[in-house]
Design a protein around this ligand. Structure first.
Ligand code: FSX
Ligand code: SF4
Ligand code: F3S
Length: 314
């Protein structure tokens, strides 16, 4: 084992994380990325002995910060350390120390220094009507900031329903003309859809880039195929009940307790592409349907308008 790997495992164990826990995480991540088990040691190496630390500038526009929360906290308590070790987080309003003018200075300096080399992560939707007047930071509109920053990045990753397709801000009547960042400024983005998305799909995209030197293959909506290649319905543990015509028609009923299919309760799993049933949330604990709630289609464009009413069949 190389010196830096030894140090890495020492650091993990100081944080109460065993090598076994870490390998479990790498195995889950490798499987989610659609790679064979033979890749697990290589994936572990990306964290244990990072070869390059790409600069990342993380922007916030119209959103709830749930995507940052999901990425930095809930998956594994120590994921934030891992993620921050493999990238160089240059700017992120929620976790950086500077504020006000100092924060603005950090952003400008970092874009200048890393021009053409940094990965821009965008969280939140961009207001486009009235020259973007519905959303501003430090006197500049989201639209101006996105145009200035994203267009100088090596790649832009849109994280969450808001940054990818506009999210709740873009729901009718959408007075501010909110859009996903790609559509708002006319660039191609990698879209990690979901409200919030599963952090493992974001981490998988970054690790794919570090391991294979390229971004993952995408569907026609810009979503990585490894995560959004199949419908929720096709991977759902309740699918057998669907095929047998065994449905829940009331929450709290015997059928609900028996884990019957939630289609009659409005489940949008058949129209929704995401890996929730296999990747699950919170360290593989559960996902909406497993917890008894129908899928509301949160990884699909315009789901607030197109998938609602959420508790009725479409
Ligand atoms: Fe949007 Fe992120 Fe929904 Fe929130 O910030 S995807 S509102 S859960 O989390 O952008
Ligand atoms: Fe499909 Fe939803 Fe039924 Fe699962 S609960 S089988 S996703 S309709
Ligand atoms: Fe979203 Fe449906 Fe998964 S609501 S979190 S895509 S189960």
């Amino acid at each position: 084992m190389r010196k830096e790997e030894k140090e890495f495992y020492g650091k993990l164990s100081d944080n109460g994380v065993s090598r076994r826990d870490f390998m479990k995480f790498c195995t889950a991540l490798t499987a989610t990325m659609g790679l064979s088990a033979a890749w697990v040691p290589k994936v572990a190496e990306v964290f244990a002995a990072p070869k390059q630390r790409p600069p990342v500038i993380w922007l916030h526009f119209g959103e709830c910060t749930g995507c940052s929360e999901a990425t930095l906290r809930t998956m594994y308590p120590w994921i934030d350390t891992l993620v921050l070790d493999i990238i160089s987080m240059e700017y992120h309003e929620t976790i950086m120390a500077p504020s006000g003018h100092n924060a603005e200075d950090v952003l400008h300096a970092s874009v200048k220094k890393n021009k053409g080399k940094f990965i821009c992560v965008v969280e939140g939707a961009v207001a486009t009507k009235y020259n973007g007047a519905y959303g501003k930071i430090g006197g500049r509109t989201f639209l101006q900031i996105a145009n200035d920053v994203c267009k100088q990045a090596a790649a832009t990753i849109a994280i969450g329903a808001c940054a990818t397709f506009g999210g709740v801000q873009a729901a009718a009547p959408n007075p501010g003309g909110y859009k996903g960042v790609g559509e708002a400024i006319g660039i191609k983005t990698v879209n990690i859809a979901g409200c919030p998305p599963n952090p493992i799909n974001f981490v998988g995209t970054v690790v794919n880039f570090l391991l294979l030197g390229k971004l993952p293959a995408l569907d026609d909506l810009g979503r990585p195929l490894f995560a959004y290649g199949k419908t929720v319905h096709d991977q759902c543990q309740r699918r057998g009940h669907f095929e047998n015509g065994e449905f829940v028609t009331q929450f709290g009923s015997e059928e609900a307790k028996m884990g019957y299919c939630l289609y009659e309760m409005g489940c949008k799993g058949p129209d929704t592409f995401n890996n929730c049933p296999t990747a699950k949330f919170n360290d593989g604990t559960s996902w909406p349907v497993e917890a008894g709630h129908p899928c509301i289609g949160c990884s699909e464009p315009d789901f607030w308008d197109k998938m609602s009413p959420f508790f009725e069949t479409s």
